[in-house]
Design a binder for this molecule. Structure first.
Ligand code: ATP
Length: 240
């Protein structure tokens, strides 16, 4: 399978603090890749470096064959690249529908009609959001907010979705629901996902491939099922 996202020798950090030392990974089109590792391993920094929130100091990132380091976020979104930050970034003062419309802001040919069609598609995928369409962000449960964050990203009809800990703070049944939605999106729409998770079991349960990060370096990568059954690796880096 061709890689939609290719990361080679990525280095990044905050000022003089170098967090990512040499991160390389590939994400094949139409697959889910989980990025796992302990607290502080550098998972969120990796996602920020890929989505342009933190400027890499070395290495390359290619999306659909083109280098994307330094490319403005609007241009990334036009090309089908979407990122959902930790916590989702839902705007509390806006309604569900208004938040979803924001997802269409930078769409190619962002005609209102196209955005409305894309929002209807999101409502078909996430029926709970349809029921809550006039509720404000602050009135939503944690799970609904996470669905809204995902749905808003989907309004841009991305090919690649980067997600930072979508299960954080959610009860187990809601985590299963979110993971099931991601799996459906992959299976039904061919969406490619890079999923950063602390919740190793849930992430490997839906992922095709996994990457384990420790102190800013990739220490293991492989099929999700192989990583899950590797007891030594789990004990050393994944805490179970
Ligand atoms: P967690 O799951 O706890 O978020 P993580 O694997 O996502 O962990 P990062 O958030 O990428 O880890 O953090 C990696 C390192 O970078 C940590 O040492 C952290 O303290 C540091 N760090 C993260 N954000 C910043 C920042 N904005 N400024 C300075 N240092 C930061």
């Amino acid at each position: 399978m061709t890689a939609l996202l290719e990361v080679n020798g990525l280095q990044a950090g905050y000022g003089r603090l170098q967090v990512l030392h040499d991160v390389s990974l590939d994400v094949a089109e139409g697959t889910i890749t989980a990025v796992l590792g302990a607290n502080g391993a550098g998972k969120s920094t990796l996602l920020k470096a890929l989505s342009g929130l933190v400027r890499p100091t070395g290495g390359t990132v290619t999306f659909d064959g083109e280098e994307i380091v330094g490319v403005p976020v609007e241009s990334l979104i036009h090309r089908g690249f979407a990122a959902v930050p930790e916590g989702g970034g839902v705007i509390q003062e806006l309604t569900v529908e208004e938040n979803l419309r924001l997802g269409g802001l930078w769409r190619k040919g962002s005609a209102a009609k196209e955005t409305a069609t894309a929002i209807d598609e999101v409502y078909d995928l996430f029926t709970r959001l349809k029921e809550r369409r006039t509720s404000h962000g602050h009135q939503l449960s944690g799970g609904e907010r996470q669905m809204l964050a995902l749905g808003r990203a989907m309004v841009a009809r991305p090919r690649l979705l980067l997600l930072d800990e979508p299960s954080l703070g959610l009860a187990p049944p809601i985590v299963s629901l979110i993971m099931g939605l991601l799996r459906n999106l992959r299976d039904q729409t061919g969406l490619t996902v890079l999923l950063v998770e602390q919740n190793v079991g849930s992430a490997l349960g839906i992922a095709d491939e996994g990457v384990v990060v420790s102190v800013g370096k990739v220490v293991a990568r492989g099929h999700a099922a192989d990583l899950q059954s590797d007891v030594k690796l789990r004990h050393a880096y994944l805490g179970f």
